[in-house]
Design a protein around this ligand. Structure first.
Ligand code: SF4
Length: 407
């Protein structure tokens, strides 16, 4: 009998890539996606543990599964299994727990019957390819090295075959993901070397890089992006976390604010239109009002295009968890507001400066929105065909007319 599965993912791009792999494994065994949780025979939850909220959300969802479909076979995987298996067991004592390293063997572990393979259900326009996993860093707030400590990279040849496979399916944007993408290495091939190989593959597609550490955003990388004729999106996500040197030291981040600014300036010298986004942690332990303000002023002057703002989340087992002067939620909330205002104004500027200019877009899942190479989300007037297309951006609210200029 065909197994119907319900799959829920929490967390980062890497976890989402791993969910795509789980989906592919299930499809290869003839399993079909269930329309709802209630009709599923198998419920898979791929958890995240990066923040307290991530823990809470995953555990809340597990409670919902046990309440709404107690008959389903429940499988829990992801970082929460690595970090807090006992919390999972308390809610779902009968669940099968699968650690990150064993995700690849899902179907063997579950001893699923082998039925006629099904096509894999996923976004046809954009795909995510995990080329690196693990972090051995020592940022004082971060649990990732505790749950994914081993650095692993996809062989360059395998990455080439995967990209070819995506392109053959009609995917036109492939996002390369990793926990420490800049640490990619396969023998003598580093990230820049891999990109050089991938952009030579035939077909109409472009590559985008997910998050990179500032020290990994090298001049060589910028030169390659600049000379790639649009094959690599001119968009980088470089986590800053704080713009105050004192806070950066407490976070144990391996750069100062001026190192960060100098690198951003060097990248912009090579590609003036490079769209750089960043992550900010708000309310790190002992962050004073003046350190918060210093960080905000610093970020404002960097020429960034947008921020991903997170409130600091205390994680047991990290050094920051035992630091004195944890910041009260009320103060974090106030500071978050200021950071979000800055984010909004940076994105507005980015959008306004792009008006009247041409961009190459890829359709998003909804079909009515698309993504530009420099990470603007645009709303399309009318229906657009799949594939990469050039359009002219038309209005400051990012609504735009689809001109269907073939690439
Ligand atoms: S670099 Fe730092 S923040 Fe990023 S995953 Fe590694 S330890 Fe965590």
């Amino acid at each position: 009998m065909t197994v119907k599965y319900f799959l829920r993912t929490f967390g980062c791009r890497v976890n989402q890539c791993e969910t795509d792999e789980l989906r592919a494994q299930l499809a290869a065994k003839g399993c079909l996606p269930a329309v709802s949780l209630a009709e599923a025979d198998l419920c898979l939850v791929n958890t995240c543990a990066v923040t307290r909220d991530a823990d809470r959300e995953a555990l809340k969802f597990l409670r919902r599964v046990t309440r709404e479909n107690p008959q389903a076979r429940l499988v829990v995987t992801g970082c929460l299994v690595e970090r807090a298996a006992s919390s999972v067991r308390q809610i779902a004592p009968r669940a099968s727990l699968i650690e990150n390293d064993r995700k690849k063997a899902l179907c063997e572990i579950l001893e699923l019957p082998h039925l006629k393979p099904q096509p894999v259900e996923r976004d046809r326009a954009r795909a995510f390819l995990k080329i690196q996993d693990g972090c051995d860093g020592s940022c004082s707030y971060c649990v990732v090295p505790l749950v994914r400590p081993r650095l692993k990279c996809l062989a360059a040849e395998t990455a080439e075959r995967k990209v070819e496979g995506f392109v053959a399916e009609g995917v036109c944007e492939i996002v390369l993901c990793g926990i420490r993408l800049g640490r990619y290495r396969d023998g003598a091939t580093d990230l820049v070397g891999l990109l050089k190989r991938l952009i030579l593959l035939p077909g109409t597609f472009r590559l985008r890089l997910s998050s990179l550490e500032i020290g990994e955003a090298s001049d060589d990388l910028a030169l390659l992006i600049a000379s790639s004729k649009g094959k690599i999106c001119p968009h980088l996500h470089l986590p800053l976390q704080s713009g105050s040197d004192v806070v950066l030291r407490r976070m144990n981040r391996p750069y100062t604010a001026s190192d960060f600014a100098n690198r951003v300036e060097a990248l912009h010298r090579r590609i003036p239109s490079l769209a750089i986004f960043t992550d900010i942690i708000v309310g790190f332990p002992a962050e004073t009002d003046s350190e918060f303000q210093e960080g905000l002023d610093f970020a404002r002057g960097l020429g960034l295009r947008g921020l991903h703002v997170f409130s600091y989340s205390l994680r047991d087992g990290t050094r920051a968890a035992s630091m004195p002067d944890q910041i009260p939620p009320r103060v974090i909330h106030e500071r978050l507001k200021a950071w979000r205002e800055l984010d909004h104004s940076l994105r507005q500027t980015h959008a306004q400066e792009a008006m009247g200019q041409e961009r190459e877009i890829v359709l998003l899942k909804t079909g009515s929105k698309a993504l530009t190479e420099d990470f603007l989300t645009v709303r399309l007037e009318g229906v657009s065909a799949p594939g990469l297309q050039r359009i002219r951006l038309q209005a400051a609210n990012l609504a735009c007319r689809d001109e269907k200029i073939p690439v």
